[in-house]
Design a protein around this ligand. Structure first.
Ligand SMILES: Cc1cc2nc3c(=O)[nH]c(=O)nc-3n(C[C@H](O)[C@H](O)[C@H](O)COP(=O)(O)OP(=O)(O)OC[C@H]3O[C@@H](n4cnc5c(N)ncnc54)[C@H](O)[C@@H]3O)c2cc1C
Length: 450
């Protein structure tokens, strides 16, 4: 008779929780998973997937305009928000079903509802207590609104995927990736868009050239960017009135607060079980994702480290392997590539120029800005940026950064190169594919600084 009801009880069926549970069950463990909202978690329901579908929708606006320069005559384009929402919801429902089937076919028992931790080996749901050898906390994150008057009148990314109607004018507050992506989405869908950001440059955690350059490109597409101020208060007087910290007021039909996310730990009972949390609520884990309570592990956004789906997936596989298999699987946080689906896209991997210098490295910078071939006919004022950060001493490529169409697709391959410690000489020896944007990365010869 086993000592516990389960070998593993996972709380949260998002990217990390589902992957860890399926792998653990595959290794022969008796696994249960609890999900209070939606199978697939943030990424599938209110994150990566619907966001990218919206981003595609928004880009058609430009595509229709650009088509004319290539000889196409089309009727007056018209956009219907409800059609997009309906098709998006259908696809998300399909993916929810895929996740359910994957879990069930792996032998994972699914519980629908909110779970909390009672003690190191007990989980509670709807008054029912279940015992387990290991608990995995994979509860993700949740948008945080700033404490300002009228914040409840604004929506976050969670609601942005379900708005009843598209606002005619919107104010987006924030300068991180979710803010620039949604500002691009709204602008592309024909919404008059203002982005309000307290700093002087977007995407502050990335290479400085990326945020600066993206801001210029977004402004050229018609997004008004108000740097150096915040929204101090929001009031409804017919329309929404956002009063900025510089005293100016912006009228709009919608305000989106994209001001960050916090670990989802409220009411989870972790402190009661003795699990150490950081000041912002993040579950503190060691290199093996173990918390201060040995039978409780945590992965993904709830640990507030690298907040990306592929990272949560990889962490889930490492934990499952460690607890129920040979424990040989590891993962590296070096050279995690990422893309931002703003218009234009951003792709980045490795060290920023600033990071390299902070680490005391003598960085040589290669940078190129140019008009993509496509826009030589359209006349669109959109430029692309490609940048390499190279270590002078070893010639190793430390960082590859880009703003331009399909940047994510292009950067993925360079992430492999960086993981193989590619040198600039090896990039130079690589024959480019012509005519592409990507060839620029293997043809940049002159550094911009020496
Ligand atoms: C708008 C947006 C866009 C994004 N775009 C990208 C992108 O393009 N690429 C990328 O890599 N990442 C993107 N991300 C980040 C990505 O979604 C997260 O990094 C990823 O989902 C983290 O996975 P997770 O398993 O840690 O948590 P989640 O996917 O958030 O899953 C946590 C799950 O736990 C459930 N839960 C919480 N508490 C309980 C409880 N007590 N009981 C039961 N269930 C509970 C939640 O309902 C949720 O389903 C985006 C995020 C957002 C918000």
């Amino acid at each position: 008779m086993p000592k516990y009801d389960y070998d593993l009880f996972t709380i949260g069926a998002g990217s990390g929780g589902v992957r860890a549970s399926r792998f653990a069950a595959g290794f022969g463990a008796r696994v249960a998973i609890a999900e209070e909202r939606y199978l697939g978690g943030t990424c599938v329901n209110v994150g990566c997937i619907p966001k990218k579908l919206f981003s595609y929708a928004a880009h058609f606006h430009e595509d229709f305009e650009d088509a004319a320069a290539y000889g196409w005559r089309t009727g007056e384009p018209a956009f219907d928000w409800k059609t997009l929402l309906g098709h998006k919801d259908r696809e998300i429902a399909r993916l929810n079903g895929v996740y359910e089937r994957l879990l069930k076919s792996s032998g994972v028992e699914i519980f629908r509802g909110r779970a909390s931790v009672v003690d190191p080996h007990t989980v509670e749901m709807d008054g029912r207590r279940m015992t387990t050898q290991h608990i995995l906390v994979a509860t993700g994150g949740w948008p945080v609104k700033p404490v300002i008057p009228g914040a409840d009148l604004a929506f976050t990314s969670n609601e942005a995927f379900h708005l009843d109607s598209l606002p005619r004018r919107v104010v987006v507050m924030g300068g991180g990736y979710i803010a620039v992506e949604f500002a691009s989405i709204f602008n592309g869908l024909g919404v008059e868009t203002t982005l309000v950001y307290r700093r002087e440059r977007l995407l502050r955690t990335f290479d400085a050239d990326l945020g600066r350059f993206l801001g210029e490109q977004m402004a050229a597409k018609g997004i008004r960017i108000r740097y150096g101020c915040n929204i101090a208060a929001i009031a409804r007087n017919g329309l929404l009135h956002s009063t900025l910290t510089d005293g100016s007021v912006i009228e709009s039909d919608g305000v989106m607060l994209a001001t960050g996310r916090a670990p989802n730990v409220a009411g989870l009972g972790l402190e009661r079980a003795g699990v150490e949390l950081a000041a912002n609520g993040a579950v503190v884990v060691d290199g093996r994702y173990q918390t201060s309570v040995p039978s409780i592990h945590a992965i993904g956004d709830v640990t507030d480290r690298v907040l990306l789906t592929p990272v949560a997936l990889a962490e889930g596989m490492v934990v499952a392997d460690r607890l129920f298999n040979a424990g040989r699987r590891g993962m590296s946080y070096e050279n995690v590539a990422t893309a931002i689906f703003s218009h234009p896209n951003v792709g980045t991997v490795g060290l920023s120029e600033e990071d390299a210098r902070e680490r005391g490295l003598d960085a040589v910078i290669y940078r190129s800005t140019f008009t993509p071939l496509k826009h030589t006919l359209t006349g669109r004022a959109e430029k692309s940026l490609m940048k390499l950060v190279v270590d002078r001493k070893s010639d190793q490529v430390l960082g590859v950064h880009m703003v331009g169409p399909e940047a994510g697709e292009i950067i993925q391959g360079f992430a492999v190169a960086l993981n193989c410690n590619a040198t600039k000489a090896q990039l130079d020896a690589t024959i480019g594919i012509h005519p592409t944007l990507a060839e620029e990365f293997v043809t940049m010869r002159e550094p911009v600084q020496s």
